[in-house]
Design a protein around this ligand. Sequence first.
Ligand code: PHE
Length: 341
Amino acid sequence: MDLFEKIKQVTEEINSEVIQNSESLEKFRIKYIGTKGLIKDLMGEMKNIPNERKREFGQVLNEVKNLAEEKWMGLKEKFDQTESSIDKGIDYTAPGYPSSIGTKHPVSIVRDRMIQIFEKIGFSVFEGPEIEDDWHNFTALNTPQDHPSRDMQDTFFITEDKNTVLRTHTSSAQIRAMETQKPPIRIITPGRVFRNETISARAHCSFHQVEGLYIDENVSFADLKQTVYYFAKEMFGSENVRFRPSFFPFTEPSAEMDISCFICDQKGCAVCKGSGWVEIGGCGMVDPNVLKNCNIDSEKYTGFAFGMGVERITMLKYQINDLRLFWENDTRFLKQFVTEG
Ligand code: PHE
């Protein structure tokens, strides 16, 4: 057969090959473009072509070679993509694995709930920095240098001059609010605080507070008590709160708030230290000196303030008897808590 005829025939054959998978593609490669393939054979025939037709022969041969190679390459790419996933055992029709998403930390759940409860009665969130200066954390809060009450909260100092501290309470943010807002002021200051305390089942060197401040004309201690009762009722469904006279430099009079121990049902446990009551924070009427420090007319305005520990409230709410669990990030512990509406 005329070699030109043969090339034409091979071209037609290549065009009409139907290749369904990589196996038959490999057969195709061996048959046409392999080292012992048809195209190589035809190349070997070059010596039998008369000189004046060699050029033409080379051209058509090249064309058929390109045709075969292009067909092979296109299909190879296609099969590689689809078949490799099958090779790796991926079955796109299989149902998906449920991907486990994290849960909200119980302390965050309770903090958010606290915010929600106070927002319902008109408090709005105000936030301040965790790294504070002496003025906002102490001095403006009626706690001058060398005042013994500074020892009430063991402070982490950041600078040697002791002017920069990790805030020991979010009362510092309340000062910032009073410096920038005019009464009536009704805010809560949620946030992280730091104290150089020994870590135990009921204390940590870092914890969270939600503090509140209400300044207006004629605000009384009765308003404060009512607000705390409302909070306890919303949070625990019980108003079992007691106020104990106490001292804070920034409030006068001052009280500590206890809530009945829901962990042991007041029978006595490690968290309530056998007393049946757990302290959840402090409160009182804002000392007029604090108002003066923030340029608020202390003749005209009075106010109450309170500060609560979120971890303590979380322990009571969920009957958790060791605060250190909050820091361990053990998902078996964390996944037990579901967000409330
Ligand atoms: N700042 C106090 C504390 O962290 C709590 C408190 C706030 C007490 C407001 C009275 C009024 O212990």
